[in-house]
Design a protein around this ligand. Structure first.
Ligand SMILES: Cc1ncc(C[n+]2csc(CCOP(=O)(O)OP(=O)(O)O)c2C)c(N)n1
Ligand SMILES: [Mg+2]
Length: 427
């Protein structure tokens, strides 16, 4: 069983930030608890997923984003939606397929977004597809001069899809201001991570694309936020995409239908004892940031908010049948208009200033072994003729030095950083 990194990492936050993280984790859990009740009353349409035990990841990462930034949630990221400003009533109504829901009852779960105000791209169920999509959003933001960062999440299982690798490679080559959170919760349906991937750390996936990565204890919200903030700042500064592996555990089954009896009891017990909210409460009270009275105030605030939100959702009607014919395709009239929000002079990116010479020079592709064992220089037609291999006589631009050494010299230095639980949060 992997043990989360022990190395401490801590960032001093403002008192209000500590309390916000607590509020959103509690709200995340309360919203999902309420939806379990609605599900058992047969009021939820479709499946219901849980992020129990993973709230610190959704909340800590989304809290690192600015208002102008964009995110696209996956099924276990209701916490991120709440941090971004989605109202609980919208989450309830969406799951209940009500007429007042963001998709007017036409879709369920978290399949909704808000392109105008909250900057949320609606997810679909295909695992990994949000990676190239959010890379594209990041590139569009850069083109328009918006200085935004984009973020999405992927599971351990989803990190084995083809589009994960295509998308991350694309993001890396484009140096997109994009942060990808890999939630390693040890299971994909009933398949343990060790049967899916021959790696101890899924953060190592980043090495293949020459980008930086972090590993963080996904049950420590301060550590998660600290690492996410650093990654978001670096992406915004133009350093390119960053992968964060957050190690945690899926405490419920894949969805409500799955009792997850295949999970070993000791594994469950280990992680239940590391509940992210309980850990954080201990930290907050040891830091004198939360006492019994303020904790009760948070609970009461959430209880009364959710009672009102639930009532609103329950009173919303189901969609009328004739609605099924409308809004199937975006026509720009009954749906929404997509307008580019320029935050730089368009002249900067249009000809003649955007014109570049159509010449592509690729230095340093090194050389490879030919079938006779000799080094064959690899070139793309833009290298000097003397580098071409003629007969058995091998000449190379590096003056006969071993190619591997040359390549190693040219390779950019990349590191994988490890960020563990904040020492204080572990008390
Ligand atoms: C491309 C694709 N393949 C398969 C599925 C079906 N599917 C949905 S969730 C899931 C398991 C995902 O596991 P993981 O990525 O670890 O996320 P977790 O459920 O643990 O959060 C699968 C296989 C899908 N939605 N998309
Ligand atoms: Mg998983």
């Amino acid at each position: 069983m992997p043990v989360p990194p022990e190395q401490g990492m801590k960032k001093e936050l403002k008192r209000q930030q500590y309390l916000d993280l607590y509020y959103y984790m509690r709200l995340n859990r309360a919203v999902e608890d309420m939806m379990v009740k609605l599900f058992r009353q047969n009021k939820i349409v479709g499946g219901l997923y849980s992020s129990l035990g993973q709230e610190a990841i959704s909340v800590g990462t989304a809290y690192a984003l600015e208002k102008k930034d964009w995110l696209a949630p996956m099924i276990r990221n209701i916490g991120a939606l709440l941090v971004k400003g989605v109202r609980p009533r919208d989450i309830f109504m969406q799951h209940m397929a009500k007429y007042d829901s963001p998709t007017k009852g036409k879709d369920g779960t978290s399949h909704f977004g808000d392109l105008d105000d909250l900057h949320i791209v609606s997810p679909i169920s295909m695992l990994g597809d949000l990676i190239p999509v959010m890379t594209g959003v990041a590139m569009a933001g850069r083109y328009l001069g918006q200085k935004i960062v984009t973020m999405t999440w992927i599971g351990d299982g989803g990190s084995s899809t083809g589009v994960f690798h295509e998308g991350l490679n694309f993001a890396a080559t484009q140096k997109a201001p994009f942060v990808l959170i890999l939630e390693n919760n040890l299971w994909a349906y009933s398949t343990p991570v060790r049967k899916q991937v021959p790696l101890e750390n899924l953060a190592d996936r980043a090495k293949a694309y020459g980008i930086d990565s972090y590993i963080v204890d996904g049950n420590d919200v301060v550590a998660v936020y600290s690492v996410a903030k650093e990654a978001v700042d670096r992406a915004r500064a133009g350093e390119g995409p960053i992968l964060i592996e957050a190690k945690s555990f899926r405490r419920m089954g894949h969805a409500q239908h799955d009792p997850a009896e295949y999970v070993p009891k000791e594994m469950r017990a280990y992680w239940e004892a590391r509940d992210p909210i309980a850990l954080y409460e201990r930290f907050l009270s040891s830091e004198k940031l939360l006492d019994a009275k303020s904790k009760k105030e948070v609970e009461e605030k959430i209880d009364s908010l959710l009672a009102a939100e639930r009532e609103f959702a329950e009173n919303s009607p189901m969609p009328p049948p004739e609605l099924a014919e409308t809004g199937v395709y975006c026509t720009g009239d009954d749906c929404h208009k997509i307008r580019a929000k320029w935050e730089r002079p368009i002249a900067e990116v249009t000809p003649p200033r955007s014109s570049v010479k159509a010449v592509w020079t690729v230095p340093g592709f090194g050389s490879g072994k030919a079938s006779d064992g000799a080094n064959a220089p690899i070139h793309f037609g833009d290298t000097h003729a003397s580098q071409h291999r003629v007969g058995n006589d091998t000449k190379s631009a590096n003056g006969g030095k071993p190619a591997a050494k040359m390549a190693a010299k040219a390779a950019p230095k990349k590191t994988v950083k490890t960020a563990g639980a904040s020492r204080k949060a572990r008390r």
